[in-house]
Design a protein around this ligand. Sequence first.
Ligand code: BG6
Length: 491
Amino acid sequence: MGFPEGFLWGGAVSAGQYEGGWNEGGRGACRMDYTTGGTRTSPRYATYVLADGTEVKAGREDRLPEGAHWASLPDCYYPNQVAVDGYHRIDEDIELMAEMGFKVFRMSIGWSRLYPTGTETVPNREGVEYYRHVFENLRAHGIEPLVTLLHFDTPLALEQSCGGWENRALIDHFVRFCTTCFMEYKGLVRYWLTINEINNLLSLIDFFGGGSDEAYQLAYQQLHHQFVASAKAVQIGHAIDQDNMIGCMIASAATYPHTCDPADILAAEHKRQENAYYCGDVQVFGRYPVFSKRLWDAHNVQLAIEDGDMDDLAAGTVDFYTFSYYNSNVVTTHEVTDTVGGNFQVGARNEYLTYSDWGWAMDPTGLQWQLETLYDRYQVPLMVVENGLGAFDEVVEEAGEQRIHDDYRVDYLREHVRAMETAIENGVDLWGYTPWGCIDLVSMGTGEMRKRYGFIYVDMDDEGRGTLDRLRKDSFWWYQRCIASNGEDLA
Ligand code: BG6
């Protein structure tokens, strides 16, 4: 059996973590541009300047005070401003992806490249033509674009002028942007994802702990606006081109109970409902699930839903379900001191698993479990659009050549490919696999470059030093063989 013919092997990046060129081509800013680098143990900060000139490093939930503006501070480094310079090096990178045999490339369109402040009535032509070139070049190399419309980069001006997604006005601004994309790239792009890891709005509150009712109220309301915006985009995308396939994208850690105490079983199931099914159900089934009431009541959430919203949700269901999968997580109602976290999930350490250098549980069986349970629930095609090992890489000189022996990454990927194969054999309709950061890029969580995921190494460090040259790692050749054999040659 194995992988079906036409399986979409590829890789994934996002505009904000890959492109750089933050103030070129008429692009507007987004919050990531003014966010400093951090580490596993020290947070990233968004920075701003008060009306009186005082410089401030903002906490995660801080609002911009009256009269202040987001700004780069002289003693800080902002890794996303240059990122890995994909904006200028995309053609070189497409050559490398084609050499690996990619069938698909998941990337995102920077909203503020097309609509610098988010409120313009016509798009920035330079931005529109930039992505047209990218899609044409991908197609010329036989690579299908898979395009995320929003990957954590809402234009900063929208956050400043109307508060971001808590404001209903964002729905229309996003839909205008999506409509432009569907019209401009009709015939060039067929696979779309509306909003990356939409469920992170909720997971983030749990991850940082101590979330207030106000924080949940805000997150659920923001999510409602995103659901409606996504559903409207799906309807418009289908109307513009009936060949468009439009999916959702959910961050998806497998969630296990720590013990067989029934309270742990229930807690794990409730966590899974909150973290994954709440968003998946709305986007696939087109309605809020029954357990929503329990989630809302737990935090006194009063959702503002307008006439027509429920009709939009029902009419704008997605064609396929995609998710990121890096790790699993353990939930318990018991007191535990040894906790670990990964990709916005935190829980008890799992004694059956090993952990990455950044403390993320490595669990290929969890991927099989996710694929089988998600397909059973949703019965629409699936795609794993993020997966991979963030690890330190070392460049060594051998016979005058620079090499990166990343066998640890190959080990991780090999087991996850096998897990996908087993799930397919068990009946799951899986369309494709796009490992994250196929070219090294800036970590979203920590802002580090040294947390590398790629098959392609980028010469850039955490202080912005480096040539930005690309090097093939050992995993590059492994993945090339894997794709050429349609997942059979994993040695
Ligand atoms: C997902 C995001 O949460 O995980 C990516 O969609 C992110 O943007 C990826 O980069 C890996 O997380 P990190 O923190 O290692 O970059």
